[in-house]
Write a protein that binds this ligand. Structure first.
Ligand SMILES: Cc1ncc(COP(=O)(O)O)c(C=O)c1O
Length: 429
């Protein structure tokens, strides 16, 4: 729980003093609560996948893996990261476009659970390396659906898209699978992220089930349609409000809608289907994290009050363009209940007019040294930010364990590495 001064029972200002700001604080209890809420929403027997891109911090990943979540990696780097931190290969699914031969080889050699395959070319690569390495694997083919529920804020399907395989091309790609190398396990649909309406997620789920039912009707005439489906990944896109005005996702309604769909699963599909997946990154981690930043300066320019903080878009990065309405809920640590008395614009400390954290927010009187707290910052924060811009150190991350103990889970970056690590080649002129 987050109150005016404490998160999960721990004093925010105290943590900010110890670990400096900008700082990200997570609550393990909230993380587990979010997992349990989603597990109770998806149909009985379905499994939850955690999309590592939302937050790859090893501590969070390990907590989630211990809850039996499958880890969805979307790059060779994420794959190696998950393996390096002890995630069992059979708990990993490798998705995402543009997979490299290097990543495919590492995944095949490790023996991961499955690939979510994005294209014919990728399937051919998988075949090639399965043969070369004498391994075999399973694939779910990602379909680009002909529709996309209207209100996904980040739409990824139902339009011309680099993601997935067009429905019309599915048979050809399925025919390239073979049980000895790359076994066709089933299909995957991911139409978009940040759905805030239960019906939209249900619509995407319904689409995949309907498409499979229609394809099974043509069993008699097309060999590829007869391949049994053992795995289906329905994606998700479970949304989290990004401003106080947005309504949250109605999980009760979603549970009911999904239940109806899965109660009516055709008998032939029920007979072969072994694993059903739903994926989420944002819903699982977003509300489990807050971002804390300190007010460094305050100035009035042409009648407008600017509050300059030490963590802006270099840490909250793509939130602004990502969500057309990003008006995060921000409050002053220790003064959450005070009445707003002034309108200010909060900006970060990078040298760009784009570094606006919140334009025109009403707050109690802001003072230099105040700690501002931004809610819902557990997802797509540091993993989706231009961290090297203007050379500020990467923020520390602290996890409040379920027993209330704060634990440093990423040390603050060093000033000497602030402009980007890895540039170790000496310049010889
Ligand atoms: C294929 C796929 N799966 C899962 C996710 C995770 O989305 P979210 O964090 O909104 O749940 C994404 C996000 O881009 C995605 O592209």
């Amino acid at each position: 729980m987050i109150t005016s001064q404490v998160m999960a029972g721990v004093d925010i200002e105290n943590l900010a003093d110890i670990y400096q700001t900008p700082l990200v604080i997570y609550s393990a209890s909230q993380l587990l609560q979010n997992v349990s809420d989603l597990k109770n929403t998806i149909p009985l027997g379905a499994e939850l996948i955690y999309s590592l891109k939302a937050n790859p911090n090893p501590a969070l990943m390990q907590i989630l893996a211990a809850q039996d979540l499958i880890i969805d990696v979307a790059s060779t780097g994420e794959l190696v990261h998950a393996l390096q931190y002890g995630i069992p290969p059979k708990q990993i699914i490798f998705g995402g476009p543009g997979k490299s031969p290097e990543g495919i080889k590492i995944a095949l050699e490790a023996g991961i659970l499955a690939f979510n395959t994005e294209s014919k070319q990728e399937l051919l690569l998988l075949r090639k390396y399965s043969e070369l390495l004498h391994t075999k694997t399973q694939v779910m083919l990602r379909v680009n659906p002909p529709l996309s529920a209207a209100e996904a804020i980040l739409r990824m399907g139902g339009v011309a898209s680099p993601f997935g395989i067009e429905e019309a091309d599915l048979d050809e790609v399925i025919s390239l699978c073979s049980p000895d190398l790359v076994e066709y396990a089933g299909l995957f649909v991911y139409a978009g992220s940040q759905y805030l309406k239960a019906e939209d997620i249900a619509t995407n789920t319904r689409y995949l089930l309907k498409m499979i039912a229609e394809r099974s009707l043509t069993n008699q005439i097309n060999q590829t349609h007869q391949l049994p489906i053992t795995m289906l990944d329905f994606g998700g896109g479970f949304g989290v409000p990004e401003s106080d005005e947005q309504p949250g996702l109605d999980l009760d309604r979603l549970r009911q809608e999904l239940k109806i769909l899965f109660d009516e699963l055709p008998a032939n599909l029920q007979a072969t289907l072994q694993r059903i997946f739903f994926e989420s990154g944002r819903f699982i981690t977003a509300s489990a994290g807050v971002f804390v930043t300190t007010v460094m300066d305050i100035k009035i320019s042409r009648g407008k009050k600017f509050v300059i903080v030490d963590g802006g878009n270099n840490n909250l990065g793509v939130k602004q363009p990502q969500y057309r309405v990003f008006e995060p809920s921000i409050w002053i640590a220790g003064r959450k209940t005070e009445i707003p008395v002034e309108e200010v614009t909060i900006v970060g400390s990078t040298c760009t007019p784009l570094d606006v954290v919140h334009k025109g927010i009403k707050l109690p009187e802001v003072r230099i040294g105040d700690r501002l707290v931004i809610d819902h910052c557990g997802a797509y924060l540091l993993s989706f930010s231009p961290l090297n811009f203007c050379g500020h150190p990467v923020p520390a991350e602290v996890l409040i364990r379920t027993d209330g103990e704060p634990l440093l889970i990423r040390a603050r970056g060093k000033l000497t590495e602030a402009c980007g690590i890895g540039f170790t080649v000496p310049f010889t002129g």
